[in-house]
Write a protein that binds this ligand. Structure first.
Ligand SMILES: [Zn+2]
Length: 311
């Protein structure tokens, strides 16, 4: 069944790349509405920005949506991951700035905010996207693939020269709230070598090492109170992948494999999936499928306290 939020919930703070502060309010929405952003700081024109793969602008470091009137919202991937991971299919997201607050660099504060009120069933089947045949895209030594599967599984492999990151791999079946338990608290990360280049290009202006991003510099790690998981970087890449896949417009049943992939490549993968004849089928979710969706059956009070995301 389609779900929405039981109550509105607000978040505030600067964006990672613009550094501009914004207040963002998640508001319950009816079945069929989908996830739609609304820029409340813009008075004229079409200020609604639907969270859809075909509205993603090419941008290497974050996922930026731009509507047909040129109105945009940047860095949507972590809030999209939180909504998908909690099984929320419908919400209006009012935001009074150009970029989603980075909060602590992870999706844990969003998951906590959503789950403190819980989700409401809307009595209408969700549309699910079943992957029917393998689709792969590659660029510059990175690869992203979707394979047929009766559930969403995310598999990710990264390989960095920085000794503190190195090679990391993880596979996770996304059923039964595993996103909330295992991925949502892993934070955005980057290499010190990239920070100056990003800032020279007007990016990462809101980044505070250790506070809203983990920064790796050779053997040294600026991570605040320490890494939250020894493999926090690959977990964050999986979090990003879930958020980017959520732009399909509904839950995907398939196995995603990312090899050094990023936001742009995952979006290219969705474009390839929907362009390839017979690669994907939109179906009304039945009870058996529903039980396999991320977030289905996730009840905050049932998650052991030590496994909750405490950001
Ligand atoms: Zn991210």
């Amino acid at each position: 069944m389609q779900n929405t939020l039981k109550a509105s919930v607000a978040f505030e703070g600067p964006g990672l790349h613009s550094g501009q502060p914004a207040r963002m309010v998640l508001i319950p929405a009816p079945a069929g509405h989908g996830i739609v952003f609304k820029r409340t700081d813009i008075a004229l024109g079409n200020t609604l920005v639907p969270a859809r793969w075909d509205l993603v602008e090419r941008s290497p470091l974050c996922t930026r949506l731009v509507n047909t009137s040129g109105v945009s919202v940047s860095t949507v991937e972590h809030i999209m991951a939180a909504l998908a991971g909690c099984g929320v299919h419908n919400a209006l997201i009012e935001i009074d700035g150009p970029e989603v607050p980075i909060v602590d660099g992870s999706a844990a504060p969003f998951v906590r905010g959503i789950m403190q009120h819980g989700v409401r069933r809307l009595g209408v089947p969700a549309t699910v996207y079943e992957v029917l045949k393998p689709v792969t895209v590659e660029k510059d030594g990175a690869r992203a693939t979707l394979l047929p599967s009766d559930r969403l599984t995310i598999e990710f492999h990264i390989d960095f020269a920085e000794a503190a990151i190195g090679r990391q791999s993880k596979v996770l079946d996304m059923r039964n709230g595993s996103f909330a338990r295992e991925l949502c608290d892993s934070r955005t990360f980057c290499r010190q070598a990239d920070v100056e280049a990003m800032q020279a290009n007007g990016l990462a202006l809101g980044g505070v090492p250790g506070e809203n991003a983990v920064v790796f510099d050779g053997e040294r790690v600026e991570s605040g109170a320490g890494l939250r998981h020894s493999d926090e970087p690959v977990r964050h890449k999986m979090l990003d992948a879930l958020g980017d896949l959520a732009l399909a417009g509904g839950p995907i049943l398939g196995r995603y494999v990312g090899e050094r992939a990023g936001h742009a490549l995952t979006n290219t993968l969705l474009r390839a999936l929907f362009a390839e004849p017979g690669a994907v089928r939109a179906v009304a979710c039945d009870a058996a499928m529903s039980a396999r969706l991320p977030g289905q059956g996730l009840i905050w009070s049932e998650i052991p306290a030590e496994q909750r995301c405490v950001a």
